[in-house]
Design a protein around this ligand. Structure first.
Ligand code: PHE
Length: 479
């Protein structure tokens, strides 16, 4: 870390100004791995395979790839350029460029705060499953009875205290890393965990695609069936892409603010998108065919339940299943940890820079209210009947469980809204010329500058407005 501490400007023996020199990534590969660590998370490994399966295999994959290329990547680059240009947290960055747009930074921080409160709960579930595999006691007795695996998960998440304790353990781990700082903590952890994740995932894929009957499952996942292509596929692919790339909430503003001017931003953004999509695809290859072989096509629509219900059952049928299960949940844990760290870091950057708090104090200020929201998310899984109102134009006001409302709030409303603000701001307020100058500051010119400007100004906002029409207007879900 190149943290120079205070930089004093001394004139005629008097200290005129004290400035904080910001933290920076110690190396570009460290930055790319940390940003890819943020992007690769529960979304890739837990949600993506389920979405591919439910969304019609190849049709969803093509749609997803196009969206990453033409919407996700340009928006990510826009965010990174704001961050590096201002060297600020998401709220401070908007304020510096145009104070009237500070609210857009506020949207980002609020979204991250809510995501972090439920992400840590799901991270806790993952830790619980690792513990189960390590002790080896619980699943071995279940045999091939799939209902026992689902009942086990449902029983666990609806307990009042245990999931909360696991969630707290996950949160404490994140705090430990984040308090240690940008380079010492986040960069170091990511450099070590991300390559580990690749190795582990590739191993699982090799194992999965060489199983008997895997070809059928692969065909299911990769074949393009035009009949399965509809507006639902596009909406699901869009929502998944934003969540998965960590764009639309200012994570990339924060991480971009630690990037030195000598680095090629466009290339880095490209690497992050490719790594993220690669991990998603690999997870799909590791999971979809295996579930197809063992649980059959009916299990394909399970979505999030894949990881915690269908997969332990699948693993239990395979030779060496305990190891496969343990490896999988370890992978999910690594992915979840690096993402959660990025969320916490972006919120902490806001508190330390805007209010001058020390890192530890900022962390505590954040985590205390967050714990209440997390508790609400965890308890509303079945332990308690906590309902909150939710509104869309088709169904009007509905009272839904708190966990569902929290996910809808972020996935269906806040992330698209945040992404829209980034596009409109860079496209029309700050200007794509200023942004391209920042992107090219390293001396690498961007040949496709005008195409990028078009995507940020017109295509991406149009696509996001279409998502909002489906989610807020028609009440369709993204999760
Ligand atoms: N991109 C992460 C994932 O795929 C989730 C995430 C969301 C991370 C928001 C940071 C911010 O799981």
């Amino acid at each position: 870390c190149v943290d120079l501490g205070e930089l004093r400007v001394i004139k005629k023996g008097r200290i005129l100004k004290m400035e904080h020199k910001r933290s920076q990534w110690a190396s570009n590969i460290g930055f790319i791995l940390a940003a890819a660590g943020s992007a690769v998370g529960l979304g890739n490994i837990w949600k993506f395979p389920g979405k591919v399966a439910a969304g019609g295999g190849g049709a969803f994959l093509i749609c997803y790839a196009l969206i990453v290329l033409f919407v996700g990547f340009p928006v990510m680059l826009a965010e990174l350029s704001i961050g590096r240009s201002t060297q600020k947290n998401v709220v401070g960055a908007f304020r510096r460029l145009n104070p009237r747009w500070s609210f857009a930074g506020g949207i980002g921080v609020l979204t991250l705060f809510v995501i972090m409160s439920y992400y840590s709960v799901v991270g806790g579930w993952v830790m619980k499953y690792i513990a189960v595999y390590l002790t080896g006691a619980d699943f071995s007795a279940f045999g091939n009875d799939s209902s026992r695996f689902s009942a086990y998960f449902a029983d666990f998440i609806s307990r009042p205290a245990e999931p909360l304790l696991w969630g707290a353990a996950f949160l404490l781990l994140c705090i430990y890393v984040v308090v240690r700082g940008v380079s010492e903590g986040i960069e170091r952890v990511s450099k070590f965990l991300m390559p580990g994740l690749f190795v582990l995932l590739t191993g699982i894929v090799v194992y999965a695609v060489t199983l008997d009957g895997a070809a059928e499952g692969l065909k299911y996942m990769l074949a393009v069936d035009p009949a399965k292509f509809n507006s639902g596929t596009v909406v699901a692919a869009l929502g998944q892409a934003f969540f998965s790339l960590s764009v639309g909430m200012g994570i990339m503003v924060t991480y971009g603010s630690y990037v030195p001017r000598t680095e090629n931003l466009a290339k880095s953004a490209g690497c992050i998108c490719i790594l993220d999509s690669l991990v998603a695809l690999l997870s799909g290859l590791a999971i979809v065919p295996v579930v197809y072989i063992t649980a059959g096509p009916e299990a394909m629509g399970m979505g999030g339940g894949f990881a915690f219900m269908a997969l332990p059952e699948v693993f239990s049928r395979l030779p060496g299943g305990v190891f496969f299960g343990f490896a999988f949940f370890l992978l999910l844990f690594v992915a979840a940890l690096t993402s959660a760290i990025s969320i916490l870091e972006s919120c902490i950057a806001w508190l330390t820079e805007e209010f001058g708090f020390a890192r530890l104090k900022a962390t505590l200020l954040l985590v205390i209210p967050m714990s209440f929201l997390s508790a609400g998310y965890s308890l509303s899984q079945g332990a308690m009947d906590i309902k909150l109102p939710w509104f869309d134009f088709t169904n009007g006001v509905q009272y839904l469980p708190m966990n569902a409302v929290m996910e809808k709030f972020t996935d269906n409303l806040m992330i698209p809204l945040g992404a829209l603000c980034f596009c409109l701001f860079v496209g029309w307020v700050w200007g794509t010329d200023n942004a391209s100058k920042e992107i090219e500051a390293s001396g690498h010119s961007m040949a496709w500058k005008r195409l990028w400007a078009f995507l940020v100004k017109f295509l991406a906002p149009a696509v996001i407005i279409v998502i909002l029409y489906f989610t807020v207007g028609r009440g369709q879900g993204l999760s």
